[in-house]
Structure formats: structure tokens, C-alpha cells
Design a protein around this ligand. Structure first.
Ligand code: SF4
Length: 59
């Protein structure tokens, strides 16, 4: 399992990127943000840091 960023809700700020303790969130050239599933430890820090509730845990 890993956390997922809903691209339609995401406002592309860097809150989640800065909150992730293992640098598992990457920013693409167009500014969009993605969780690297192989590196995510499921800590939930990014979900808590998101102002627009764009991050959720996938089953
Ligand atoms: S759940 Fe934790 S480890 Fe995974 S992307 Fe979010 S902040 Fe990083």
C-alpha cells in the first residue's frame, strides 16, 4: 500500500514534499506531484500536510 495524490484536487504546493521524511514524493517538470510507491513507508505525514485533502491511502 501507499499514499496517492489525486491530481484533480492537488494544487501543486510543496507541503507534502517537505513533509515526507523519506523523500518519497517527486515533482515532475510540469509541477505535478507523485508518491513513489516503492519508497513510501505509509507514514501519513503527507496526508496530514495537504491543505486540500488531495492525498489518500490506496488499498
Ligand atoms: S505516506 Fe509518508 S513516506 Fe509515504 S509519501 Fe507520504 S510522507 Fe512520504
Amino acid at each position: 500500500m501507499a499514499y496517492v495524490i489525486n491530481q484533480e484536487k492537488c494544487d501543486k504546493d510543496d507541503n507534502c514534499l517537505e513533509a515526507c521524511p523519506v523523500e518519497a514524493i517527486e515533482k515532475k517538470e510540469d509541477g505535478s506531484l507523485y508518491v513513489k510507491v516503492d519508497e513510501c513507508t505509509d507514514c501519513g505525514a503527507c496526508e496530514a500536510a495537504c491543505n486540500v485533502a488531495a492525498i489518500y491511502r490506496s488499498e
